[in-house]
Design a protein around this ligand. Structure first.
Ligand SMILES: C=C(O[C@H]1C=CC=C(C(=O)O)[C@@H]1O)C(=O)O
Length: 374
């Protein structure tokens, strides 16, 4: 299939108002396309199903499920040059009102006060930025693919839910047979041409909280073994950099659901203690996060792996291995596209040392990831 056909298929599916998801994994040269055969809205029943999941931030709400068995699925290798997108547009700052700034700074101030006066240790506070734009989802998808090769980039649509796009840097969990990987991502500064940067106490502490919490959440799950935790690294995500720790180990396949529910929402998007932070967010943010800070991706996908040709097993060498994989990401640096309007969702982690004005600025920097392609 040629790349032009891939995008034509997407265009047709959208015109027919049928659900689809188009995506590319981080650092990959392969585009995936899952076109649903009908517009029925299905929800995930259990973590043994095979398909693409789309979960909201609020873990009490249902997760949308695109069943692979009721879809037309294809993959395609591509190069950035073939995308033929216009050079990315020089970003002109978007307009924000004093009211938006004051509301966000007050919200952060409330968060800091709650942290100082209660058991709340960290809370991630966010907001929505609405921009007037053209309704060109496929063009925006192409620009995201071009500009963010190390991110998970997707365009997801369901006529009853809406159209979402993102270039997210955060993995919720990846599994390959009985092995899993996850990450602790937190702390932000503007990317200035290098990842050799120094970090302040506040960011180091904030990220360490995320690592500790993820480690604890995993340790509680029966069957998790050989847990390995990497050193902290600086990770670039578009125009910003974050601190990142990789965690990996082995698990029992039947416990995937438990891993996902223990991790989501992670302290990178919710806070600590989890329930307390979530209540604070739902009560104080004064808007609906919907799918922002939720998670999405492939669940139990069958992947064919060629056998190791050096292993001499004549009987089996003709067959490829079938492997089960899940690749779930946290829905960050995302937007919802409506008629002539884009809603950008951005937030930041608040600890006792946060500064409200700096947090407002951080939301502006993070919003540039999406704004740059509009
Ligand atoms: C909540 C967001 O980012 C999270 C991921 C990385 C760094 C973060 C931070 O420094 O606050 C956030 O925890 C967002 O982009 O909306």
């Amino acid at each position: 299939m040629a790349l032009s056909i891939y995008f034509q298929k997407l265009e047709k599916q959208l015109e027919a108002q049928l659900p689809f998801v188009a995506y590319r994994h981080p650092n990959s040269d392969e585009l995936h396309l899952q076109l649903q055969e009908d517009a029925k809205l299905e929800y995930l029943e259990n973590f043994q199903q095979e398909g693409f999941v789309f979960a909201p931030f609020d873990n009490q709400q249902k997760t949308i499920f695109f069943n692979r068995r009721k879809a037309n699925f294809s993959k395609l290798k591509f190069t950035i040059e073939e995308l033929m997108v216009e050079e990315s547009i020089a970003s002109t700052p978007f307009e924000t009102t004093l009211q938006q700034k004051t509301f966000h700074e007050n919200l952060v101030e409330k968060g800091i006060t709650a942290i100082k006066n209660s058991a709340l240790e960290k809370v991630v506070l966010s907001r929505k930025q609405v921009l007037a734009v053209k309704t060109q989802p496929i063009e925006y998808f192409k620009r995201l693919l071009k500009n963010y090769p190390t991110a998970f980039v997707y365009c997801w649509y369901h006529p009853q839910v809406g159209l979402w796009l993102a270039a997210t840097p955060e993995t919720l969990v990846k599994t390959q047979n009985n092995r899993f990987k996850t990450m602790a991502l937190a702390g932000t500064q503007v990317f200035k041409g290098t990842t050799e940067v120094s970090w302040g106490e506040k960011e180091i502490e904030e990220q360490a909280i995320v690592t500790r919490t993820i480690e604890d959440a995993l340790k509680n799950i029966e069957g998790i073994e050989r847990l390995q935790i990497s050193d902290v690294q600086t990770h670039r995500a578009g125009n910003v950099v974050h601190l990142k720790t990789n965690l990996s180990g082995v698990f029992k396949k039947e416990n995937l659901g438990e891993i996902v529910t223990n991790l989501h929402p992670t302290p990178a998007v919710c806070g600590l203690p989890k329930q307390m932070a979530k209540e604070f967010i739902l009560n104080e943010e004064a808007y609906n996060r919907a799918f922002y800070a939720g998670y999405l991706g492939e669940l139990n996908i069958q992947v064919e792996k060629p056998r190791n040709p050096r292993k001499r097993n004549v009987e089996n060498s003709a067959f490829n291995l079938i492997e089960r994989q899940s690749n779930l990401y946290v829905n960050l640096r995302c937007m919802q596209l409506l008629e002539n309007k884009a809603m950008l969702y951005i937030g930041g982690g608040i600890t006792k040392d946060s500064n409200p004005a700096a947090e407002w600025e951080e939301t502006l920097r993070k919003a540039e990831t999406m704004q740059k392609v509009l």
